[in-house]
Ligand binder design. Structure first.
Ligand code: GLU
Length: 306
């Protein structure tokens, strides 16, 4: 089951505690756990609680993950307690001359002219090379708006390539991503890189809506002198209408299913079935019977009895 034997690295699952985990989240968590365990890796949990926190949600998520049979190594990391490490990473990039202040509003970024093939939403570089006077004007404007300038990375590449267990070699655009937002909160892209590396995560399994973010995160790891992980992006869960699965789609969380008289084992069985394996009653059954190369590449359409 663990062809490579013991491995020094770790996999992880990193939910945002904005509500209860739905079946798509639980499926991703099982797959991340199974991929880590079958390669002899440790498995880490991190709660990404830098914003949009619903009180009590993190505790409920941990209970749900345990209920479907996941276990994890070491303490659960709270991203909100990692401020010193995030600050140190920004300081390091600053020392390397790779950080600049950005005074743009969201609308200005959307409306700015950009290179013909720039990806939508990519930062056009407006504030990258401002002279001293222009920077002073920007700061004055921020004071009027009672905002801090955002801090951006001076990226050293336009694109970067990562390895993904399912998608193979993936190359995507890298832009001057935000490191710290105007409201002072550290940006997800920085936190994820710093926090994964801090606990030896070298296998990042998660939903594939983040596939195109992987190259910019790996580039950031590279600039920080951190190892670049291997990625494993798995398909998202969607409702029968094709939209990304959400609470409003009905009884889609483990708790909803339990209220309807199902058991955690029944829910795992649904997840196993979505992977083409009948009769899985706990995460361990998935670990023992799932072959990663058989992972369906299409989104999982979750169509549940009400
Ligand atoms: N916290 C993110 C989410 O719940 C996942 C981020 C990641 O795995 O890198 O969607």
């Amino acid at each position: 089951m663990s062809p490579g034997g013991a491995h020094e690295g770790a996999g992880r699952y990193a939910p945002s505690p904005s509500g209860d985990l739905h079946l798509g989240n639980l499926r991703t968590a099982i797959l991340a756990w199974a991929l880590a365990r079958r390669t002899g890796r440790a498995f880490r949990l991190r709660i990404e609680d830098l914003d949009r926190v619903r009180p009590g949600a993190a505790e409920r998520q941990l209970e749900d993950l345990a209920a479907i049979g996941l276990d994890w190594d070491g303490p659960v990391v709270l991203q909100s307690e990692r401020e010193a490490a995030h600050d140190a990473a920004i300081a390091r990039l600053t020392d390397l001359g790779l950080v600049y202040e950005c005074f743009c509003t969201r609308r200005e970024i959307l409306e700015a002219p950009r290179a013909p093939h720039a990806p939508p939403g990519a930062y056009p570089g407006t504030c990258r090379d401002l002279d001293g006077a222009a920077r002073e004007r920007g700061r004055a404007r921020m004071r009027e708006l009672r905002r801090e300038p955002a801090l951006r990375l001076r990226a050293e590449a336009h694109e970067w390539t990562v390895q993904d267990v399912f998608a193979g070699e993936v190359t995507a655009a890298v832009d001057d991503l935000v490191l710290r937002r105007g409201d002072g909160v550290v940006a997800y892209n920085l936190a994820v890189v710093v926090d994964d590396a801090a606990v030896g995560v070298d296998q990042v399994a998660r939903a594939d809506d983040l596939l195109t973010s992987a190259p910019r995160q790996a580039h950031l790891a590279h600039l920080l002198g951190l190892p670049e992980p291997v990625y494993a992006h798995v398909p998202l869960a969607v409702s029968p209408s094709g939209a990304r699965l959400a609470k409003r789609d009905g009884a889609v969380t483990l708790r909803d299913r339990l209220e309807r008289g199902e058991t955690a084992a029944d829910v795992v069985e649904r997840i196993g079935a979505s992977l083409g394996i009948a009769g899985c009653r706990s995460a361990r059954d998935v670990l023992e019977r799932w072959e990663p190369q058989t992972l369906p590449r299409e989104p999982w359409i979750v169509d549940l009895p009400a």
